[in-house]
Write a protein of this length. Structure first.
Length: 392
């Protein structure tokens, strides 16, 4: 339990964190990686360079500080982060290291303003916040290990097929090296792929949505070809250029809280932009197999035909479904997913799932709210650290 005094100190100094949060977390990461370079085996280096991770951590610490006497309200956000931590293999023993360098960074950035009393209050608060994460993650590791064919951390998978889906998207079919069956997942979830790349000092971790319905044999991911400079760059370039059938890569058990409600009988709208189509393919494939009479609207925005993946697959699934509305719009031809199209195609009372680049998502979600769709029925996932997540 945090003392009332510590609660008061943390709450009254929280605005300083909001102001200087990114400075603090930038200093934090710099010093953390100097002292513990081995932690670079967990972090996405490009997200670091772009400051995205710093913003995500600063937002979370600030939100936690504001709600330090009622952390329950943060549980959904904590769950999402804990899922990511679990899929990366973050453990209880890492938390004191992060805590130490976070407090040192607060001291360094705030200077004389950070009195002993303030630092102690923040140390106590961090301990409490960390404990919420640690307990939740312990449960998640346990669940991952205990499910059928489950494994709690990384496992070796073999690339058993590599299929070009468009000029920039290629699918990889992954099977456990020991030929065991794979644990199931809920369509919309992702796996972390951990790569050992020749010439790279540290392991590279990337999350990829699973892009087909669950089955016993394989996971399929569909990877966009990026440039080296983008957040997914190094891993994507490596997989596209060097990932070959027969190669072994490490994969962690499926994770993530963006997934379809398969129990619901409401109509479904699956709306994607660019490579955001990948979780939608898993959702669509699953609905086609398990509830083909459920009305589905599948809307996709792509730049042009050459960059548009899975067109034939959607059409094949369509022929097995009773009520699928399918529309793709090409922005190079000035076709946009407007509010009017959403009003026309998305059935009222639909469960709506949206995935794509941040500006696309913001525009679609705003239009859906303007059209009166309920917040509780609109689900979405940002790629990369949830920079736009409004926690407070
Ligand atoms: C991701 C917060 C502790 C390693 C994240 C994200 C947040 C966050 C907000 C972004 C989630 C997303 O991408 O959606 C926190 C908080 C912590 C904490 C508040 C302490 C209470 C740790 C620890 C480690 C760690 C102890 C291990 C050294 C990571 C990694 C990622 C991550 C590797 C993925 C980042 C990437 O994409 O490179 N964390 N975290 N975190 N966290 Fe933590």
């Amino acid at each position: 339990m945090l003392s009332q005094k510590a609660i008061d100190i943390v709450k009254s100094t929280a605005p300083i964190l909001a102001d200087r949060g990114v400075d603090i977390t930038t200093v934090f990461y710099k010093n953390l990686f100097i002292a513990h370079p081995e932690l670079l085996n967990f972090f996405n280096h490009a997200n670091q360079k772009q400051g995205r991770q710093q913003t995500a951590l600063a937002n979370t610490v600030y939100a936690a500080a504001l709600h330090i006497d009622n952390l329950g309200v943060l549980i959904p956000a904590v769950k999402q982060i804990a899922q990511k931590h679990r899929s990366l293999g973050i453990k209880a023993e890492h938390y004191p290291i992060v805590g130490k360098y976070l407090l040192l960074a607060i001291k360094e950035v705030l200077g004389d303003a950070a009195t002993e009393e303030i630092i102690q209050a923040w140390a106590d608060a961090y301990g409490i916040i960390a404990d919420v994460f640690i307990q939740m993650e312990i449960e998640m590791y346990k669940e991952a290990a205990e499910q059928e064919n489950g494994f709690s951390e990384f496992k070796n998978f073999k690339i058993v097929d590599k299929v070009i889906e468009s000029d920039i998207i290629t699918s990889f079919y992954l099977q456990p090296e020991d030929k065991s069956a794979v644990p199931t997942f809920i369509p919309g979830q992702y796996i972390t792929v951990r790569l050992t790349i020749p010439g790279e000092t540290y392991l590279l971790n990337r999350q990829y949505s699973l892009s087909q319905a669950p089955n016993q044999e394989t996971y399929r991911i569909s990877v966009k070809k990026e440039t080296e400079m983008s957040p997914n760059g190094r891993a994507s370039v490596y997989l596209h250029q060097d990932g070959q059938i027969g190669d072994i890569i490490e994969v962690s058990s499926p994770a993530g809280d963006f997934y379809i409600d398969l129990e619901s009988t409401r109509p479904v709208a699956l709306i994607s932009g660019g490579v955001g189509i990948t979780p939608m393919m898993s959702m669509l494939d699953t609905i086609a197999k398990t509830s083909p009479t459920r009305p589905v609207t599948f809307l996709h925005g792509s730049r042009n035909k050459a960059l548009h993946p899975f067109d034939n697959d959607v059409r094949d699934l369509m022929s097995t479904m009773e009520d699928l509305t399918y529309l793709t719009l090409y922005s190079d031809e000035n076709q946009m997913l407007t509010k009017e199209i959403l009003a026309d195609k998305v059935l009222s009372n639909s469960d709506i799932y949206v995935c794509g680049p941040v500006p696309f998502m913001k525009a679609i979600i705003q239009s859906l709210y303007d059209l009166g769709f309920e917040e509780g029925h609109v689900h979405y996932e940002f790629f990369g650290p949830a920079v736009a997540l409004e926690l407070v």
